[in-house]
Design a protein around this ligand. Structure first.
Ligand SMILES: [Zn+2]
Length: 382
């Protein structure tokens, strides 16, 4: 089956996608380019949802619907995000003459996630040209993934006919991601009391010192085999001679276990609360006490696909068809698939081979893209 794919065209499509600017909230131009591949194909339907008003993008999430011609297959879908992380304006794609694409070092390459998009376009073009038997399928292109999964978050599952699907948005090849952690932000704020540090040193309550005491009591880093925590931002204080009356601490906790995630969130809250409430005025001078607030809004929900789910079983079958061992594992971070799964749309993530993503040394091998295209074609047509 792999021989039907046109590697040269895949390469051309990939370069054309990378060289169209598509920072988050400005994905429309790229979306138009993608639609143009199927504008002449009568059986294809296009749909744009109304998420733009929520995400602030110049386009909604886009769905391209192909009817399929295999009545025995469930409708499925594939997903990629349209936006690229900064710096991504004016990408010039480089080629090493053998197998590898890279950027000129001024920008990212944008293989994340345009390699996925190129693979999907090549697979669908090949399927239609060769009249292959294929499942009813939708391509779902989301906006604003890199700035907080906003497109997927605003996506309504009723827009999709596919029962389950695959996001092409991970590193590695022959890699199937079946789970990803849930994550919550931590935002702790401590209110102390300002005073001149030299003239009235005993009249202040140092919010930064209180925060420091609390932070030293927090478990950070790898908390257990399923959970991690980090404090990433501290902001507070106005001058070296002013006792700071306010500090804000921001961080996050993520876990593959919701029970543990909530236990750690409670623990973090208690540490801040206990530190602030156990404060004692050493000089018995003040009539005020420090106060605190603690918030832990959701960053993204848990993704955990059961081994026996259809989406995993179909990937396994495709791997067997290609005589190719697939690696099934969990991711350490969230992506669109977290929200799609949370909305009741089972979505596994496929590795597409991209490397050094989110950096100006991002690169990808054409042979890895071809390999992934073979897997996608097998999922679609087996
Ligand atoms: Zn991505």
């Amino acid at each position: 089956m792999g021989s039907l794919l046109n590697t040269k065209r895949l390469s051309r499509i990939f370069i054309s996608l990378c060289e169209i600017d598509s920072p988050a909230r400005s994905e429309q131009k790229l979306a138009q380019h993608i639609l143009s591949f199927f504008q002449q194909t009568k059986s294809v339907e296009f749909y744009e949802d109304d998420s733009a008003s929520v995400t602030g993008s110049d386009t909604g999430n886009i769905i391209i619907r192909f009817p399929g011609n295999n009545p025995h297959r469930d409708p499925i879908f594939f997903n990629c995000h349209l936006d690229v992380i900064s710096p991504c304006i004016g990408v010039k794609v480089g080629w090493d003459g053998k197998d590898t694409f890279f950027s000129n070092g001024e920008t990212v390459l944008g293989a994340d996630d345009k390699a996925g998009i190129a693979i999907l376009l090549e697979v669908l073009l090949t399927t239609l040209e060769n009249n292959l038997q294929y499942a009813p399928v939708e391509l779902l292109f989301t906006t604003c993934e890199e700035i907080g999964l906003l497109g997927a978050k605003a996506f309504s599952p009723s827009s999709l006919r596919g029962y389950y699907g695959y996001a092409l948005d991970s590193t590695g090849v022959d890699n199937v991601i079946t789970g990803a952690p849930a994550a919550n932000y931590i935002i702790a704020e401590i209110q102390g009391k300002a005073s001149h540090a030299g003239l009235h040193p005993n009249n202040g309550i140092n919010a930064i010192q209180l925060a420091s005491k609390a932070i030293t009591k927090l478990p950070l880093g790898q908390l257990d085999d399923q959970s991690t925590a980090n404090i990433g931002i501290i902001s507070g204080g106005t001058a070296t001679n002013i006792i700071p009356d306010f500090v804000q601490i921001k961080g996050e906790i993520r876990s593959h276990s919701l029970t543990r995630l909530h236990r750690y969130l409670d623990q973090f809250k208690s540490v801040f609360f206990d530190t602030v409430t156990s404060w004692q005025d050493p000089h018995y001078l003040l009539d005020s006490r420090p106060t605190m607030s603690f918030q832990s809004p959701e960053q993204y929900p848990l993704m955990s696909l059961p081994e026996n789910s259809e989406v995993i079983q179909l990937a396994k079958t495709a791997g067997i068809t290609l005589s190719r061992p697939l690696h099934f594992g969990r991711a350490g971070g969230g992506s669109d698939a977290n929200f799609l799964n949370h909305k009741g749309i089972p979505t596994a993530i496929l590795g597409i081979g991209m490397d050094h993503v989110h950096s100006t040394s991002e690169q990808i091998r054409l042979s890895d893209m071809s390999r992934t295209a073979e897997l996608v074609l097998s999922i679609l047509t087996s």
